[in-house]
Design a protein around this ligand. Structure first.
Ligand SMILES: [Zn+2]
Length: 196
C-alpha cells in the first residue's frame, strides 16, 4: 500500500461515517490515474426516499432500498471512469463488482475485511473476486483493516490533511488539493444524503 492508497482509504472511511445504515457504513472513492478524486459515495437510500428509523431497522426492506457505496460513486461520477481506481472500505459485492467492471474501472483497493463482514458476505465477495479476475481488474487488499464505525469524521479529517511539516516537504498545492478533496466530498454527500 503506497501513501496515496492509505490516504484514499482514509477518505473512503470518512465518507463511510456519513451513512445512516445502523449496521455497516461503507464508503467509496474513485480517483483517476493522477490521484485526483473523481467521485465518492456511501451506502444509503436514494435521494428523497424516506430513511426513517423503521425502514433502516427492517433488514429486508433496508436491503431492497439501499444503493451501495460503490454504486453511488459510479452514479455520481461526472465523467468516464475508464482506467480509474475505486477505493472501498469493504470488499465490493457481486452486483457492485459487475458495475465496476462494466464502468471500466481498472483497479479496486480495499482493506482486509472484518470477520463478521466476511461471514455475512462470503459468497457474494467470492463471486466479485472471481469476476474481477476474469475481467482483468486488479484487486489490492491492504492489511491492517479500517475501523470505519469507530472513527469520528474529525479524526479521519485530521488524518487525511497534511501536517504543516509534510506540507513544507511537498508544496502548498498539496494542502489545496486536500482542501478541495474534502470540499468535493462534502458537496457530494450533501447531494446524496437527501433529507438530513
Ligand atoms: Zn455492493
Amino acid at each position: 500500500m503506497n501513501k496515496w492508497d492509505a490516504r484514499m482509504l482514509d477518505l473512503a472511511a470518512l465518507i463511510a461515517t456519513w451513512s445512516k445504515d445502523p449496521s455497516t457504513g461503507v464508503g467509496a472513492v474513485i480517483v483517476d490515474p493522477q490521484n485526483r478524486v473523481v467521485s465518492m459515495g456511501f451506502n444509503g437510500f436514494p435521494r428523497s426516499v424516506n430513511d426513517h428509523l423503521k425502514a433502516l431497522q427492517d433488514r429486508d426492506e433496508k436491503l431492497r432500498r439501499t444503493i451501495h457505496a460503490e454504486d453511488n460513486a459510479l452514479l455520481f461520477a461526472q465523467r468516464d471512469v475508464t482506467g480509474c481506481t475505486i477505493y472501498t472500505t469493504h470488499p465490493p459485492c457481486a452486483r457492485c463488482a459487475a458495475k465496476i467492471i462494466q464502468a471500466g474501472i481498472g483497479r479496486v483497493v480495499t482493506p482486509e475485511a472484518a470477520e463478521d463482514f466476511v461471514a455475512r458476505w462470503a459468497d457474494d465477495t467470492a463471486s466479485a473476486r472471481a469476476m474481477f479476475a476474469e475481467a482483468g481488474v486488479r484487486v489490492d487488499v491492504c492489511g491492517g483493516g479500517l475501523q470505519v464505525e469507530r472513527r469520528s469524521p474529525a479524526e479521519v479529517l485530521t488524518r487525511v490533511k497534511l501536517t504543516d511539516k509534510e506540507a513544507r516537504h511537498h508544496s502548498v498545492s498539496a494542502v489545496a488539493y486536500w482542501n478541495n478533496a474534502v470540499a468535493a466530498c462534502i458537496a457530494a454527500l450533501s447531494v446524496q444524503g437527501g433529507e438530513a
